[in-house]
Design a protein around this ligand. Sequence first.
Ligand SMILES: *[C@@H]1O[C@H](CO)[C@@H](O)[C@H](O)[C@H]1NC(C)=O
Ligand SMILES: *[C@@H]1O[C@H](CO)[C@@H](O)[C@H](O)[C@H]1NC(C)=O
Ligand SMILES: *[C@@H]1O[C@H](CO)[C@@H](O)[C@H](O)[C@H]1NC(C)=O
Length: 373
Amino acid sequence: MQCGVLCCEPGRRSRGCRILPAVCHTPYSRCPLPWRQCRPPIRKERLIRSAAIVMGTAAALGLLAALLLLTTGTWGSSIHSHQPPINDRPVIGVLAQETHFKNLRSLGRSYIAASYVKTLESAGARVIPIKINLPDEEYVKIFKTINGFLLPGGGVDLQNSEYARVAKIFYDLALTANDKGDYFPIWGTCLGFEQMTVLTSGELLLTLTKTEDISLPLNFTKNVLESRLFGNIPDRLYTALSSMSITANFHSWSLSLQNFTANEKLRKFYHILSTNSDGILDFISTFEAYDYPFYGVQWHPEKNPFEWKKTSDISHTAEGVQVAFYMADFFVSEARKSHHQFSDAAQVQYPLIYNYCPLYTGNISVFEQMYFF
Ligand SMILES: *[C@@H]1O[C@H](CO)[C@@H](O)[C@H](O)[C@H]1NC(C)=O
Ligand SMILES: *[C@@H]1O[C@H](CO)[C@@H](O)[C@H](O)[C@H]1NC(C)=O
Ligand SMILES: *[C@@H]1O[C@H](CO)[C@@H](O)[C@H](O)[C@H]1NC(C)=O
């Protein structure tokens, strides 16, 4: 089995590093591409090299042999101590969308619900709004300055909207970047999840379900604890997610398990992590891509801590709120692995969300606060 490569799954630390058979199709050979690379034990090599330079004698060679012997014993831990470098100043781009609520159009032609921004900020990221209606080249420039891309929920057309156009630009850029080892995560929530299915399959495969304003527990799939997204989830939150109605669903369209399974492009690209049912149809509620740091949830983690619409079924339990932060922390940790630079020049050109003022919309919409552009 030594024909393989060393694969370190993100977020799993040393536990996630294994020598993988590159050619055989075990479940582990589906490790995301960016981590599918040999990581020589650099620290050890450096140690050996400096020792050789200083001594340069037979005695040194003896020492070297002893050193080699010594390090062979700790081979595993030496490799495992090599985590990819971390960028502790992640910036995440959150995509705006056309203001599809008629009563809010006078406030701005596009918007971002503030709950997405707050959730990312509370996990240690900064946010820039990605406005719609910019020329393609602008998005390419923005891509090089951010460390992750979030497609929020909402209500625009998945094939003919600016949201869909810009989503495709970032999705394609992220595919290429990740293929080249330039780590770049994408997260889709609700409409964003649905948009990812359209981008991956090239088709609209959704179907109507009764899932508007209902909180559900997740039906986890069998190998969910082998996933990156849930591989490190605390037992308490795993139990809460599987038994308490804490995932807020606000969608009239869903990707049925049936349509997912029938579509080869989706099936090969995404690992289903959870499903749900509206009583009639099973639909996908959480997935992650096998070979890319792409994640999608049909439900709304950001609503538990930040949306309070009185008539709604959103859970504000401690567990619901902690799940929201678990998800945000996971995604921001993914963004810390990206080394795109948010330079001073970029800051001037693409101002952080701190430069904008959210409006109170709790009395006129489903969101407590919204940014308008
Ligand atoms: C499958 O997708 C088609 C669109 O291609 C849609 O019309 C149909 O309702 C979907 N069926 C199910 C069961 O999801
Ligand atoms: C979990 O899946 C089962 C089987 O399809 C279904 O009957 C049940 O309603 C699902 N639970 C939830 C919370 O969606
Ligand atoms: C909603 O609240 C804002 C701010 O308090 C207020 O100016 C506005 O008139 C309210 N709108 C409605 C329809 O109640």
